[in-house]
Design a protein around this ligand. Structure first.
Ligand code: ARG
Length: 456
C-alpha cells in the first residue's frame, strides 16, 4: 500500500505489532456502509465516473455478502479491515477499486467506521437498559407492599418496601439511559471528508455522506475529526457508570440470597451448584456482574491512558482504541442481560424480610417523631428519650412496640397522659408518604408517573 518507496518488506514482528485486523474486522459492516456513502458522493460530485462508482458499489455489496456467509479473512499483511476490504475489491473489480480512496484517508475512514460502530453499541445498551428498567418497574409494582428492612451501614435503619428499593435502582439506570442518549447526540457528527488531517482539495460534499450515514451533521475541524476519540471515551464512561450500578444491584442480590438473610431465592436458571457441597445454590452470575464492573472500568482506564498526551493529529497509538471498547461492550451486554434475567425471575421471601424489618428497633425514628409531633418535644431531646427506650428494650429483651406509656413516662414525664403510638413496621412504612418516600401509596405513584412518561 505504501510500497512505492520501500525496498524491503516489514519484519515479522513489525507485521504483527502493526496489524489491527484481528480485532478491527468487527467494523466490516460499518466500513462498507461508509465506503458506499463515500463513493456515491464522489460520483454525484463528478469526482469519480458514474460507471466506475457503479462497479465499486457492486463489488462492495459482493464483499458484504461474502463476509456475511464466510466471515472476514485475517491477513496480517493487510493490516486492518480497511485495507482488507480494499484488497478484496481490487481482486473483484481490478484497478478501478483504487478510485474509492479518492478524497479520503484511512484516518477519516477509521474515525467514521468506529463512530458508526460505537453509535450502534450505544443503541444496544440503551435497549438493554430499557428492558432492565421495565423489569424493575414490574417487580416493584408487585412488591409495592412488601416490607423489608432498609439499611444504612448495612445495619437495620428503618423499614422500607421492596418496591421502593427496586425503584431506587430504576433511578440509577434511568440516569444511565440519559447518559447514553447524551453521548449519542454528541457522537453524531460525521468526520468523513477530513481526509488525512487537513481536509481535501477535491470538491466533496460532506453533508451528503453525513446524511447517508444518518449523522445529524458534520464535524467542524478536520484535525480534530481524525484525532478525536471522545465518543469512545463517552461510551466507556457511560458504560462504567452503568457497570457500577449493575455491580451494586448484583451485590444486593448476593447478600439477599445468602442464608443469614434469605430475602430472595434465585431461580435455577440463574444459580449454580457446587461440585462438593450438594446444598449450595451460588449466585455466580451476580458475582460475575460485580466482577465485570472492574474490568469495564479497566477498559475506560486503558483508553484514557492511550489518549493522554497524544499531539494532533492521528498517531498509531490510536489503533489501540478499539479493543477496550469491544471488550467493555461484550462484558456490559452480558452483565445487563444477566441482571435483567435475575430480576425477572428472582423469588422474594416476604416472611424473612418482614422478620428482619422487625429486628434492630427499626421503628425507633417513628417513636422519636411521635414525641416531636404529639408531645412537642424538640427532636434532639426526642432522639435522646428514644435512645433510652431502646436501651430499656435491650435490657428486657423486648421490642419497642412492647413498651407501654408508663415505661416512657419513667424516662420522660412529659409523655404522661398520652397513649402509645403505632410502632409497627407496617405503620412506619405507611406513614412515610412524603414525595419519593417508601409508603406503598408513594411507590405506586412513582410507578404510575414512570409508566405515563414512557407512553409520552
Ligand atoms: N489501522 C489503523 C487504525 O486502526 C488505520 C489508520 C491508519 N492511519 C495511518 N495514518 N497509518 O488506526
Amino acid at each position: 500500500m505504501w510500497g512505492g518507496r520501500f525496498a524491503d518488506g516489514p519484519s515479522s514482528v513489525m507485521r504483527e505489532i502493526n496489524a489491527s485486523i484481528p480485532f478491527d474486522k468487527k467494523l466490516w459492516r460499518q466500513d462498507i456502509r461508509a465506503s458506499l456513502a463515500h463513493v456515491s458522493m464522489l460520483s454525484k460530485q463528478g469526482i469519480v465516473e458514474e460507471e466506475d462508482a457503479a462497479q465499486i458499489i457492486d463489488g462492495l455489496n459482493q464483499i458484504a455478502q461474502e463476509y456475511e456467509t464466510e466471515g472476514v479473512p485475517e491477513n496480517l499483511d493487510l493490516e486492518d479491515i480497511h485495507m482488507t476490504i480494499e484488497a478484496r475489491l481490487t481482486e473483484i473489480i481490478g484497478p478501478v477499486a483504487g478510485r474509492l480512496h479518492t478524497a479520503r484517508s484511512r484516518n477519516d475512514q477509521v474515525a467514521t467506521s468506529f463512530r458508526l460502530w460505537v453509535r450502534d453499541a450505544m443503541d444496544d445498551v440503551y435497549d438493554g437498559l430499557s428492558e432492565l428498567r421495565d423489569a424493575l418497574v414490574d417487580r416493584a409494582k408487585e412488591q409495592a407492599d412488601t416490607i423489608m428492612p432498609g439499611f444504612t451501614h448495612l445495619q437495620v435503619a428503618q423499614p422500607v418496601t421492596m418496591g421502593h428499593h427496586l425503584l431506587a435502582y430504576h433511578e440509577m439506570f434511568a440516569r444511565d439511559s440519559s447518559r447514553f442518549s447524551a453521548a449519542r447526540e454528541r457522537l453524531n457528527e460525521c468526520p468523513l471528508g477530513a481526509a488525512a488531517l487537513a481536509g481535501t482539495g477535491f470538491p466533496n460534499d460532506r453533508k451528503l455522506t453525513a446524511e447517508a450515514l444518518d449523522f445529524d451533521g458534520v464535524t467542524a475541524n478536520s484535525m480534530d475529526s481524525v484525532s478525536d476519540r471522545d465518543f469512545a471515551l463517552d461510551y466507556l464512561m457511560a458504560a462504567s457508570q452503568t457497570a457500577l450500578h449493575l455491580s451494586r444491584l448484583a451485590e444486593e442480590v448476593i447478600i439477599w440470597a445468602s442464608q443469614p438473610f434469605g430475602f430472595v431465592k434465585l431461580s435455577d436458571e440463574w444459580s449454580t451448584g457446587s461440585s462438593i457441597m450438594p446444598q449450595k445454590r451460588n449466585p455466580d452470575a451476580a458475582e460475575l456482574v460485580r466482577g465485570h464492573a472492574g474490568r469495564i472500568v479497566g477498559c475506560l482506564n486503558a483508553l484514557m491512558m492511550t489518549m493522554k498526551g497524544l499531539p494532533l493529529a492521528y498517531s498509531k497509538d490510536m489503533q489501540d482504541d478499539k479493543p477496550p471498547v469491544f471488550e467493555a461492550h461484550d462484558l456490559l451486554g452480558l452483565s445487563l442481560a444477566a441482571m435483567t434475567g435475575i430480576i425477572k425471575s428472582v423469588s422474594f421471601v416476604p416472611e424473612r424480610m418482614r422478620a428482619a424489618a422487625d429486628s434492630g428497633f427499626s421503628t425507633a425514628t417513628d417513636l422519636a417523631d411521635w414525641l416531636v409531633r404529639d408531645i412537642n418535644i424538640p427532636f434532639r431531646e426526642a432522639h435522646h428519650i428514644t435512645g433510652a427506650a431502646v436501651k430499656l428494650c435491650e435490657e428486657r429483651g423486648c421490642d419497642l412496640a412492647d413498651l407501654n406509656v408508663a415505661d416512657l413516662v419513667a424516662i420522660d414525664a412529659r409523655v404522661k397522659g398520652h397513649s402509645m403510638p403505632d410502632l409497627s413496621v407496617e405503620g412506619s412504612v405507611v406513614s412515610r408518604k412524603s414525595y419519593g418516600g417508601t409508603a406503598p401509596e408513594q411507590v405506586r405513584k412513582q410507578i404510575m408517573l414512570l409508566q405515563q412518561a414512557k407512553q409520552l
